[in-house]
Ligand binder design. Sequence first.
Ligand code: F6R
Length: 593
Amino acid sequence: MCGIVGYIGDRDASPVLYGNLKRLEYRGYDSCGIATLDGKIHVKKDTGSVEEINKKVDLASLPGHLGIGHTRWATHGGVTKKNAHPHLDCSGEIVVVHNGIISNFSTLRDLLLKKGHKFKSETDTEVLVHLIEEKYDDGIEKAVRDALMDVAGTYALLVFSTREPDKIICARNESPLVLGIGAGEMYIGSDIASFLKYTKKAVPLDEKEYAVVKKDGYVVKSLATGRKLKKEIMEIDWSDEVAKKDGYAHFMLKEILEQPTSVASSLNVYPEDISKLALMIDDASRVYLCAAGTSLHAAMLGEYWFSSLCNKSVIAMDSSELQNKGVVDGDTLVIGISQSGETYDTLASMRYAKEKGAKIAAIVNVTGSTAARFAEHVIMQGSGIEISVCATKTFTSQAIILLRTALALAKKKKKDVSKIEKELLKLPDILEETIKLKNEIKEISKKYLTVENYIYVGRGINLPSALEGALKLKEITYHHAEGMSGGMLKHGTISLIDKDLNVIAIVPASGENRSKTMSNIQEIKARDGVVVGITSGKPVDGCDANIVAPECGEAISPLVFAPIYQLLAYYTAVNLGRNVDRPRALAKSVTVE
Ligand code: F6R
């Protein structure tokens, strides 16, 4: 994972880099550092978050108008000051920050050690800077390109040298990197949002490309041939304002409560884009919705909608498993679903499928991301920037795109889905009512979410809700939670029910799945379990507490229940004093395998 930034221009580089790094902390926050150039290379780095380190060592006070920075999510080497980036070569004249994994680092390290290089860290990254030092004879650009010829693995890296103080060299292979174009100044970042405060003009690098960046411009070239490439400049329409907390205690809370607006925006995504995706699904013999984590749970909702509304089998696939169990050929459609558009496994599944001749589509939130540029057909889900590591509003948006696509396909097949369509249009209002339950949810979390183990149970379209509810709780409270179908509960897990394990039951307003889940609740109560019901319309008999959303049909109920279990996890984490927006060991964008 990790986030990297660069700046070259007339401003003082370190305050710019410090601010831009703070926007990339969702990518990792165990240590960070900045290097600037002012005659010589100045480096400050340490363990902790960007803000903590700034308090300790005043990162933003380094001199110079050129610099690079890094916020780390450790892969190779523990969380120590030595392992924090930037890394210098032996002479102290070349400096590197890197996001990715150098897979042949130990071979390269042995080779470089034999040549007399002195290593100071345990990281894979440090081999890059020594390799560049080793190759340096005809300029930094050539040295970087020659070094990367010997490197296997993934990287987005930034390099500069005291010997050529007018430029930063950056390169990309399977880790994101974007140039931001200012007036007489240039920005570099792992994503566009990092420099959105300064410029809305961006050029994302593609695989195996590198750039020579100077204050008044840039040249992008192919790593393989060294030839100049023509790149399109993207104009970004995201506003920097949305990246602020607006008085909320946490971004997560702000983003949960934003859902009436974000779902309205996803309901407005162009119908033509949705219809095209529906046609692609209809034409394919096999369709895989490839995703990870929360996005995979949205994909699972899609599975239910496509089967129940269109009689079409669409498979939600853990993107890291497509190569192991997918049947992928020219008749296959792979739809990558990814908020960031940068998740390694999801991108790998899309690349694998393309190699096998499959068609590729994507549902993505981040403009200019790799998935958005890789797919033949892209739907931008329209959630706006999501800062909190824990995905909330982007989940409901992904689900809406899938539901709208299923509805479009159902209509093409002459099925009457008008009732669901009408209800879906009312979703922003229903969610407006739902989030009014927040104080009630806060109280229920204080009273009932006080143990260390939970089971979330749901049936049918609310099985993905149970899985997602459990994931939200786990990732930000560090308590254990499992999601499962009511059907599965008796096949082993029910033996866990006791005073140290509580159950959250997700129950639609009516129908078979309501009555069947109520039977599950009776079974749990018969074993003295505690059950909190999340439901719609009316309370569920037998539960110790109920959170009752406005009445809605079962098909859209997962969209209505989402803010409830998100808030339940949120308040529980707050009660436990957890770092809600930055849970331990996580990063928002998982760009390593
Ligand atoms: C959970 C969460 C993760 C992501 C997963 C995929 O709150 O955020 O599980 O959903 O890492 O990320 P994207 O959607 O960016 O591919």
